[in-house]
Design a protein around this ligand. Structure first.
Ligand SMILES: Nc1nc2c(ncn2[C@@H]2O[C@H](COP(=O)(O)OP(=O)(O)OP(=O)(O)O)[C@@H](O)[C@H]2O)c(=O)[nH]1
Ligand SMILES: [Mg+2]
Length: 372
């Protein structure tokens, strides 16, 4: 069953209240305070992005607090005065949860929880939770669960010493968790091999492949629908797409190509997710053309382009033909669009919403897609 898992994670021995999962229909959303950990939090993406992630997960953000960059207390991540400030804010705003923009160690999260009396989770847990809510296929669910357990394992391990969890009970839990992870790993590897075989098959039959990629919410799925007549759900939510889709379409030069749509990328994508989703993300590695969709209306579009290229590089996507589609031109401020076009002269401005630029995009795909 897809669903929220924040409730179990984070090593909190706290009652399961205030989590999205614990919420019943009709109840108010969980209230959370955002905790920015350094100067980065106010940069592009920063706490605004964290707030969008929280909203996507069904959490109401009721306050923000940032920590100065220097000298955190290693035990609590915050200095003593800051812990008090956070505790006051949490009480003041009646928040049930604190969401940290940075990664907290399991010990830090636990110590903070004990000091402020509210659940403490980090950005990684939040992103994993969103993926869990959006995964529908067996493959996608296995990948998400594997990522969640990889995140949970060190937290569970640390619990024995910090809280009076019975040692034997903990050992049993750990053994169960490791066995489950091994099973999921085999499942994910199996689907990875199946994907690879069907890619080889397509290659032998000489059907070229185009892989959509881009920052989350750039409009990849909307563009897939426009290009191929697919009916993939498009959403305001971040990481609306978790399960990959493959469709065929015909180019103006009469070639038939496959177009795949997969998960969106984000800055500091949790490594647990990158590992678990490798078989899916590898569709991009093997593609003949990478169609990189950019949200030209996003204030930090340039930074998003750089993030996507960085993640692709980590995955081993290097030297692939890349075509940039500057999407959402219907909503992009003219001066931002002009700057993007100057920075990326080969990019094609399009709108998946209005259909503007679609013919040019098809022509550009045909021109950039290697022959033979
Ligand atoms: N104004 C405008 N909005 C668009 C356009 N294309 C997509 N959108 C909107 O952008 C949001 C995200 O679109 P999706 O197609 O789901 O984006 P995605 O890249 O697949 O996102 P994830 O799967 O979440 O990574 C939706 O609310 C769309 O309606 C466009 O050309 N113009
Ligand atoms: Mg999508």
């Amino acid at each position: 069953m897809p669903g929220s898992w924040l409730v179990r994670s984070g090593g909190a021995g706290l009652p399961d209240t205030g989590s999205p999962a614990a919420r019943q229909d009709g109840e108010d959303p969980a209230r959370a305070v955002l905790l920015g950990l350094d100067a980065d939090a106010s940069g592009p993406g920063g706490l605004d992005e964290l707030e969008r992630l929280a909203e996507t997960d069904g959490v109401a953000v009721v306050g923000r607090i940032t920590r100065p960059q220097d000298a955190p207390d290693p035990a609590t991540y915050l200095g003593a005065g800051e812990v008090d400030r956070l505790a006051d804010l949490v009480r003041d705003r009646d928040a049930a949860m604190v969401i940290a923009d940075g990664e907290l160690s399991p010990d830090q999260a636990r110590n903070l929880e004990d000091r402020i009396g509210a659940r403490v989770v980090d950005r990684v847990a939040l992103i994993l939770d969103i993926f869990a809510q959006h995964a529908r296929s067996r493959e996608g669910r296995a990948q998400v669960e594997l990522a969640q357990l990889a995140y949970e394992l060190p937290r569970l391990r640390g619990q024995g010493t910090a809280r009076a969890t019975g040692e034997q009970r903990l050992e049993t839990q750990l053994r169960h968790l490791r066995r489950r992870m091994a099973l999921l790993r085999r499942q994910v590897a199996d689907t990875g091999r199946r994907r690879q075989r069907s890619r080889f098959g397509r290659r032998r039959s000489r059907v070229p492949s185009v892989a959509l990629t881009g920052y989350t919410n750039a409009g990849k799925s909307a563009l897939l629908n426009r290009l191929t007549g697919a009916d993939v759900p498009v959403g305001e939510a971040l990481f609306a797409t978790v399960d990959p889709t493959l469709r065929r379409t015909r180019l103006p030069d009469d070639r038939t190509v496959t177009v795949t749509d997969t998960v969106g990328l984000v800055r500091r994508l949790p490594h647990e997710l990158v590992d678990a989703f490798r078989p899916t993300l590898e569709e991009v590695v093997d593609a003949d053309l990478v169609l990189h969709v950019v949200d030209a209306s996003a204030p930090d579009a340039a930074a998003q382009v750089a993030t996507v290229r960085g993640v692709l590089g980590e995955l081993g996507v290097q030297g692939h033909p890349e075509l940039l589609a500057l999407n959402k031109v219907d909503a992009a401020p003219p001066e931002c669009l002009a700057a993007l076009r100057r920075a990326h002269p080969g990019a094609v401005p399009v709108s998946a919403r209005t259909g503007e630029g679609l013919d040019e995009l098809r022509a550009a795909i045909a021109a950039r897609l290697p022959r033979g």
